[in-house]
Unconditional design. Structure first.
Lengths: 536, 328, 274
């Protein structure tokens, strides 16, 4: 089991919430779920393409995971941390060239057509492999999908593909779309991308741009008696403070993905009837990373990178920027990952004197104005916390004589500046850890990635040794050996600092006490909510 | 009547040039933006180099800027505003769907500031220089100095969160299936806070203009004559002074329309009103250049039409106008 | 003149506010040397708790009083720079249009119409997000829509001046038309144009605040609008973080209006509040 206690502070916060709601029974699962009701949740953005088979991102999953299901979902306790969904079992061949899925029987699409292995084969070969942002990596060697009967799909790979990687990719990457609606059309422009048809517990009902998405109960869902809710409504609330206000006024019952600002959590946890939940995001860990442009001669110097690492007070960042809802990072794999993480790496304790000494040793003496050199710092604008960390980093660098000028871009301009134009010296980014280094953290370090690939190594870093480890791990079939390779990878990255990992954080939810069965899996906010129900 | 028609015709011809400048100027300005629609798409959706290139091609972003400008203008001639890549819908539909909400917000806020402003202006101008006058003038000016987003935040917390009298956000109760009068009442209810946040700020404009106008009229001969005739003060104020001071306020309505439209951007954002202003923000964030152009163009057309309406109203109210009105 | 200027309590109050503000802006680097964005203490210290941090600290532990002083500087700079830029551009375009007449006048006035037709805030929003937020860009964005008022007034003044004797005289002497326009006509057309400056300064401060509120401020500078925007996420837990700069904004803008009005009234130029 992963460690959920992000920090003492967050424990305190959640226990405060617990106490605030003692009037209501917390152990909701002891009660019989009640069917019916409308759940209104806050949505801060409006994804236009709701097809998770093409766009595997949390913004899309948040809505569409209730409509379109994956082969398996993440789970706290089941074997391999996976619970069956559309697949009931999965088996990898010893040579790494095939994976066999047994599929659930008696499942129908929302339009009444039966779900069969042909849908899985079509989704894998025509959507995940060629079109999906992450599927292109995992399924790059997928050659064919054999369907010996309607409920068996055998994935055939041209090169050995680690079963561990395939397994880890299932919750996020294996959304199955209906072949009969997509076959023979331009998949990217199919109208079903905006009004998805799936097998999930909820049917897509309507979308009013700028106002809401509405999902309604699928009475023919394969799990008996589920879903419990009649309707889920995602109310679009783009303003940072609206979600908290709407919760307090009782207009919505749930705000996920930290829609309530961290600074407001302590206060809102004391509001009667509301609970702050920090569980349910373990499979969606975000990493706070300082991306470094190694083309800049000062930053190509390891001593300078070490100095910057020493100049950052990670505890201050956790305590002040994240208000305790995070913890300090040691390397490129987050500590709450149950498979790959190792704490046995080089660390950089906060030490201004040492940072100054390292910079002096690197040959960058302080000038008359106390400054050694200037650089451009581009914090990613997607989260409040990345921007605030940018403000902090500017001050932390000033303390060691580095003058950082903040550049404030919106998302589109940030992506262009960092990943296409390389017009940055330092950038602050929040990459997502997706349960396997091959589909997340390695891309920020690996060399040979073409210009313009967002959220990848665009800092010009090249390290043959690290590249070799990544390459070898991508073909290693033995799960243990593969894990060992990634531990080696973490050590090398922490030693050579192609980037600086500062902190790791997950999101929080604030929910009405009436909402039951929440946060019961590690990707809860983006899971199907079939068993969620509303108490009186 | 023909005089009014001539005025309308001349205004419309001038407007075509103005709108052309707006379109070409905005197009060129937006082209200079770093990052395009594909970059913005990739932020929310993720993607790699292959996808990026494919999208750029299929969205026509790999053509030259002049080709795209020419295509855009040609399409405009057919009243086609183009295709929004962020919404996957025709821009005309997207914009027209949002326009009524903004017009409703703007119109109600304008009505509020106009009527309340001029009414208070009459109260203040009835006795120029009195304490009442000074309090109203300075007080409204203080309101005019408040940033609208700030007023909006405070109103939300007091009336929606703490007192729970009014809804926090949105234009109507979501997915309520209300129709007809019930729906109209629901929308009006949701608009109370946004309209107040926008309308109270511009109150000062009309109040002070009314008051200044009245001060002017007080000094004129016919008022002196009316006073000499011993007409009651209240009657003089309403029937003579206020009526004559009202005319310039009508012009103000037109001049203010562009500012109101701009002001609604922030208000729509705070109150999650699905209007043109928020659409503009989404278009900027999504680098949806054709959409933003469409919004700018539609706003400009709206402002032109409002001003035209004001001119006509003015011409009808005041027979001196129009005969030899200045060109600019 | 001076006596008349300070004749109403409103004008006196406005002037007092502006003097105070200017003092704050000038004294900021002396009283609070160094970067006001420096982390000075623990985060979220409420006001009046710690005498070294009289107004408390913000989310990152920065001194609110230091930010307030330095923010006065930025707000004034933005307001004055935007007013100067729009008055300059407006006066030049208005003078050219009025003096040249004919087709040039027509073209320039259609251009002015175009800028007046597009909602100014929309234009500023688009411009700043495109060029990237920095103080100078924000100033330009504000000036982009604010120059039209001065242009119209300058043109109207020039139209009335250009037929006067001294202009005709200059023509007879053989001065270049541009020289006449800018040396003889413009200076005489300027006073009513300048009367607009207080409104532009006040509007500029408010627009900068609104842009910061939408996340389009310069992150390397403290502005009051930026402080309000940042304090907004903790509006309920630490309301002082947005109330203090909010009040500063209102008082300043009100001061500018009142003082401006006093000046205009004393100059006996009767213009409405437009």
């Amino acid at each position: 089991m992963p460690d959920f206690s992000l920090s003492r502070r967050s424990l305190l916060a959640s226990s405060a919430a617990l106490m605030a709601s003692t009037a209501l029974p917390r152990f909701a699962w002891a009660q019989t779920p009640k069917a019916g009701g409308r759940l209104v949740v806050a949505a801060d953005s409006e994804p236009r393409n709701l097809n998770p088979a093409i766009v595997a991102s949390n913004g899309v999953f948040f809505v569409s995971s209730k409509v379109i299901e994956t082969l398996a979902e993440a789970d706290y306790t089941a074997k391999d941390q996976l619970a069956p969904r559309l697949a009931t079992s999965w088996e990898g061949a010893a040579d790494g060239r095939s994976v066999t899925f047994k599929l659930r029987e008696g499942v129908t699409w929302h339009d009444g057509k039966p779900f069969t292995a042909a849908d899985v084969a079509f989704s894998a070969l025509e959507v995940w492999k060629p079109l999906q942002n992450l599927g292109r990596t995992v399924f790059k060697d997928l050659e064919a999908v054999e369907t010996p009967d309607d409920h068996t799909a055998v994935f055939k790979f041209s090169k050995p593909t680690p079963f561990q990687l395939v397994r880890n990719a299932l919750p996020a990457l294996s959304s199955v779309v209906p072949k009969h609606l997509y076959e023979g059309t331009r998949i990217e422009e199919n109208p079903a991308n905006n009004a998805p048809v799936g097998t999930g517990p909820f049917k897509f009902a309507e979308y009013k741009a700028g106002q809401y998405y509405r999902l309604e109960k699928n009475p023919a869902y394969w799990e008996k008696d589920q879903p419990y809710l009649d309707e889920i409504i995602y109310q679009v609330l783009p303003d940072r403070t609206s979600a908290a206000n709407a919760l307090e006024a009782g207009e919505i019952q749930l705000a996920a993905f930290s829609a309530v600002p961290l600074a407001d959590l302590e206060r809102i946890s004391k509001v009667p009837g509301l609970t702050v939940v920090t569980k349910g995001y373990e499979g969606l860990t975000y990493q706070l990373v300082v991306e470094i442009n190694h083309r800049r001669k000062e930053l190509a110097n390891l001593k300078v990178r070490q100095a910057i690492a020493h100049a950052i007070d990670k505890n201050f960042v956790v305590k002040t920027v994240f208000l305790g809802y995070a913890h300090a990072a040691t390397g490129p794999v987050p500590a709450n990952d149950p498979q790959f993480y190792t704490p046995d790496v080089e660390t950089y304790p906060f030490d201004v004197a040492k940072a100054n000494a390292l910079l002096d040793a690197a040959g960058y003496k302080k000038g008359a104005d106390g400054t050694r050199f200037s650089l451009r710092l581009l914090p990613a604008p997607y989260f409040n916390e990345t921007k605030q960390f940018g403000d902090y980093l500017r001050q932390a660098l000033a303390a060691v004589g580095i003058d950082a000028q903040l550049v404030n871009n919106d998302s589109a301009a940030h992506i262009k500046a960092v990943y296409t134009d390389h017009a940055f010296d330092l950038a602050v980014g929040p990459p997502v850890f997706r349960g396997d280094p091959a589909i997340s953290t390695t891309i920020l370090v690996q060399s040979g990635i073409p210009d313009g690939v967002p959220f990848s190594n665009q800092g010009g870093y090249k390290n043959a040794e690290i590249d070799a480890i990544i390459e070898k791990a991508s073909e290693e079939l033995d799960a243990e050996k593969r894990t060992e390779l990634y531990r080696e990878f973490q050590k090398k990255v922490a030693a050579d600092l192609p980037l600086i990992n500062v902190a790791e954080w997950s999101f929080t939810s604030v929910a009405s006490d009436k909402v039951r069965n929440i946060a019961n899996n590690p990707r809860w906010a983006v899971s199907n909510w079939a068993d969620t129900w509303l108490a009186e | 009547m023909t005089r009014t028609l001539r005025l309308v015709r001349r205004r419309l011809v001038g407007s075509v040039f103005v709108l052309l400048i707006v379109v070409v100027g905005s197009f060129l300005m937006l082209e200079a933006a770093p990052g395009d629609a594909v970059d913005a798409y990739v932020v929310s959706m993720g993607g790699d180099a292959g996808l990026v290139e494919a999208l750029r091609h299929s969205w026509g972003l790999d053509q030259s800027i002049w080709t795209r400008l020419a295509n855009y203008l040609w399409a405009l001639l057919h009243l086609d505003l183009g295709w929004s890549v962020t919404f996957s819908r025709p821009i005309r539909d997207v914009v027209l769907e949002r326009l009524p909400n903004t017009l409703l917000l703007m119109g109600s806020a304008t009505a509020l500031s106009f009527f309340l402003g001029s009414a208070l202006g009459i109260v203040a101008g009835a006795r120029p220089g009195s304490l009442r006058d000074r309090l109203l003038s300075t007080g409204s000016l203080a309101l005019y100095a408040v940033p609208s987003f700030w007023l909006a935040l405070v109103l939300v917390i007091v009336f929606a969160v703490d007192l729970r009298w009014l809804p926090i956000a949105g234009i109507e109760t979501i997915a309520s299936n209300k129709t007809g009068l019930a729906r109209a009442a629901d929308i009006a209810w949701h608009l109370v806070l946004p309209v107040s946040a926008l309308g109270f700020i511009y109150l000062a404009l009309y109040l002070r203009m009314m008051r200044a106008g009245m001060a002017e009229v007080w000094r004129q001969d016919f008022i002196l004559a009316a006073r000499a005739r011993g007409l009651p003060r209240r009657r003089i104020v309403l029937a003579h002074v206020a009526r004559n001071a009202l005319l310039p306020l009508v012009t103000m309505l037109g001049l203010q329309s562009a500012q109101m439209l701009g002001g609604s951007v922030v208000i729509e954002s705070v109150f999650s009103v699905p209007g043109l202003g928020r659409l503009a923000q989404e278009a900027v964030a999504g680098r949806d250049t054709p959409l933003l152009l469409g919004i700018i163009l539609v706003s400009a057309v709206t402002v032109v039409l409002i001003n035209l309406a004001v001119d006509i109203a003015y011409a009808l109210l005041d027979p001196r106008v129009g005969a030899n009105e200045a060109t600019a | 003149m001076r006596g008349r200027f300070l004749q109403t309590p409103e004008a006196m109050a406005g002037t007092a506010i502006l003097v105070l503000l200017a003092t704050m802006a000038l004294a900021a680097p002396l009283i609070f040397p160094g970067d006001p964005l420096r982390i000075a203490g623990p985060a979220l210290v409420p006001p009046f708790q710690d005498w070294t941090l009289p107004l408390g600290t913000d989310r990152l532990g920065r001194d609110v009083l230091a930010e307030l002083f330095h923010g006065a500087r930025t707000s004034l700079v933005v307001g004055l720079a935007a007013a100067a830029a729009s008055l300059a551009v407006g006066a030049v375009i208005g003078t050219l249009a009025g003096f040249a007449g004919g087709l040039a006048d027509e073209a320039l006035m259609r251009l002015t119409d175009a800028f007046q037709t597009v909602p100014g805030f929309l234009l500023a929003l688009a411009f700043v997000s495109i060029v990237g937020p920095s103080l100078s860009v924000v100033v330009m964005a504000i000036a982009l829509s604010a120059w039209t008022g001065p242009a119209r007034i300058a043109r109207a003044e020039v139209l009335s001046i250009r037929e006067r004797d001294f202009v005709a005289g200059a023509r007879v002497v053989g001065m270049h038309p541009l020289e006449i326009a800018f040396r003889e006509v413009l200076p005489n057309a300027l006073p009513p144009v300048l009367a607009l400056s207080s409104i532009i300064v006040a509007q500029a401060i408010l627009i900068e605040a609104a842009l910061s509120f939408l996340g389009l401020g310069d992150p390397n500078r403290v502005t009051w609008g930026g402080m309000v925007a940042e304090g907004r996420t903790v509006l309920r837990t630490a309301p002082f973080l947005s109330i203090v700069p909010g009040i500063a904004l209102v008082v300043t803008v009100l001061g500018v209006y009142l003082a401006g009005e006093g000046a205009v009234e004393s100059a006996a130029v009767k213009k409405g509040l437009s």
